[in-house]
Design a protein around this ligand. Structure first.
Ligand SMILES: C[S@@+](CC[C@H](N)C(=O)[O-])C[C@H]1O[C@@H](n2cnc3c(N)ncnc32)[C@H](O)[C@@H]1O
Length: 241
């Protein structure tokens, strides 16, 4: 069996009971480590709780070596690939599931909370979000995230803006919401945004205010450009001023 398991966002304890039970049956447990990061990631605590060695899997392993490292083994044994957040929030991890199915391997997806739902804590209605965009770290002359945000705004919809996840020498280099705000300002944006850090953890940071004056400390971070606000949404947002 090949398991694709979402482990939530805060720390190793956010895995579901079903996820943990599956992990315990696996001979190898990989943690995908290039699309996101737990707010409080401690590999030793994870290995202790899951009672397994955790193998960090970068993009090269997941995309180029997955047959050799994971899928061929999954023909005979249970293998898990852990994904921070929800495993199928974007198309990123469909490829490995498709490859597993082509090889005749049984697969199971075990879901968890991810960033797309976690932003509900800001008070904004999830039903009123438009297209999600990502700002890359090198964003000189990058127009599409800004243009998509404007389209959402024209329709009165909120825009969730995700930030580039990079790595330097195997260490995460997460872009900050402040850098995201700088990109918006550089693109011509004026007005109020919401910046979020460490969502899904015990103490998430959320700030609402002028795009020029906001930052948060906890990582990972994202930002939201609000669309038209219902008075209930406005009420909650104002508590983050
Ligand atoms: C590709 S997305 C995460 C996908 C993940 N599978 C999920 O469902 O959450 C990664 C981006 O989401 C945002 N993000 C992830 N975790 C976050 C958190 N705990 N708080 C705020 N933003 C977060 C950051 O902008 C980060 O660069």
């Amino acid at each position: 069996m090949f398991y694709l398991i979402g482990i939530g966002m805060g720390d190793e304890k956010d895995i579901s009971v079903r996820g943990l039970e599956a992990v315990k049956t696996c001979s190898k447990v990989f943690l995908e480590c290039y699309t996101s990061k737990l707010v409080n990631f401690d590999i030793k605590k994870m290995e202790e709780l899951y009672d397994k060695k955790i193998i960090l899997a970068d993009r090269y392993i997941v995309e180029k070596k997955c047959e050799e490292e994971m899928l061929n083994v999954a023909k005979e044994e249970n293998i898990a690939l852990l994904i921070v957040g929800s495993p199928l929030g974007a198309t990123t991890h469909w490829d490995i599931l498709k490859r597993a199915k082509e090889l005749g391997i049984k697969t199971e997806v075990i879901d968890n909370a991810g960033i797309l739902g976690a932003v509900g804590v800001t008070g904004l209605s999830l039903y009123k979000f438009g297209r999600v965009v990502t700002i890359p770290k090198d964003n000189d002359n990058v127009k599409s995230p800004y243009e998509m945000m404007l389209k959402n705004k024209e329709m009165g919809l909120h825009t969730l803006i995700l930030l580039d996840v990079g790595s330097v020498d195997g260490e995460f280099e997460l872009m900050t919401a402040k850098e995201g705000c700088n990109y918006l300002v550089k693109s011509g944006f004026e007005g109020e945004v919401i910046v979020c850090g460490g969502l899904g953890s015990e103490n998430p940071e959320i700030n609402f205010g002028d795009v020029n004056s906001l930052s948060v400390k906890k990582l990972p971070q994202c930002l939201i450009v609000p669309g038209d606000l219902h008075f209930m949404e406005e009420d909650v947002l104002n508590s983050f001023k």
